[in-house]
Design a binder for this molecule. Structure first.
Ligand SMILES: Cc1cc2nc3c(=O)[nH]c(=O)nc-3n(C[C@H](O)[C@H](O)[C@H](O)COP(=O)(O)O)c2cc1C
Length: 202
């Protein structure tokens, strides 16, 4: 059978979510998936970006990462979305991409895929769960199959977020626990999507 297709579609201003996305890509690949790692387009005005050197630097450093398109969603059996929290919600850059998907949704092309999400915030209770749950609203509308990490691996008892991998960026870059949680989440998503794909092909 053709390998399962996993798209990891993310937004990151200063690199935290990008690092989690890379770990998720590793996890999905380890599970045997073919992976597309895709950033969404930056929509903030250049003057906002240049006002924060770390934002400008990350944008430059990830210039080579391909931008997400509708073809990535159509191609994918499973999609992991990554976003920093913005006042307890997904970043507008990721929402802007999601809000272009009406034609796919209308044709039923977003239904029956596996979806999952990961995030970062600056503070420990800064809205990680609400951000992940807000993305979940969209997955319901798409008729998606939501696969959260739950507490399905020992690392989840250390990372502590059953809704999706999350990291407190104010504590520094993601460490091994957050990275392993991202890998585990993506493995679980890839395994579930592979089982569904095999079952549908049978
Ligand atoms: C407009 C804005 C709103 C934010 N809102 C929150 C928030 O509500 N809670 C919080 O802990 N961090 C908040 N942050 C911090 C970001 O979530 C944090 O910088 C981000 O997770 C880092 O991820 P990145 O490096 O991938 O961009 C906010 C940042 C911005 C720019």
């Amino acid at each position: 059978m053709e390998p399962v297709h996993v798209a990891i579609i993310y937004y990151s201003a200063t690199g935290t979510v990008h690092t989690l996305a890379q770990a998720a890509a590793e996890g999905a690949e380890k599970a045997g998936a073919t992976v597309r790692l895709r950033k969404v387009a930056e929509t903030a005005p250049p003057e906002a970006v240049s006002a924060r050197p770390e934002w400008e630097r990350h944008l430059r450093d990830t210039a080579e990462v391909a931008e997400a398109g509708h073809d990535d969603l159509e191609w994918a059996d499973a999609v992991l979305f990554g976003t920093p929290t913005r006042y307890g919600n997904p970043a507008s850059q990721l929402r802007a991409f999601i809000d272009t998907t009406g034609p796919l949704w209308f044709q039923g092309k977003l239904a029956d895929k596996v979806y999952s999400a990961f995030t970062a915030s600056n503070t420990a209770h800064g809205g990680q769960e609400s951000t992940l749950l807000a993305l979940g609203n969209t997955f319901y509308h798409w008729g998606g199959i939501i696969v959260p990490p739950g507490y399905t691996d020992p690392v989840q008892f250390r990372s502590g977020n059953p809704y999706g991998t999350s990291h407190v960026a104010g504590d520094g870059p993601p460490g091994e626990v957050a990275l392993e949680a991202a890998r585990h989440q993506a493995r679980r998503v890839a395994d579930t999507a592979a089982s569904l794909k095999a079952g549908r092909a049978a």
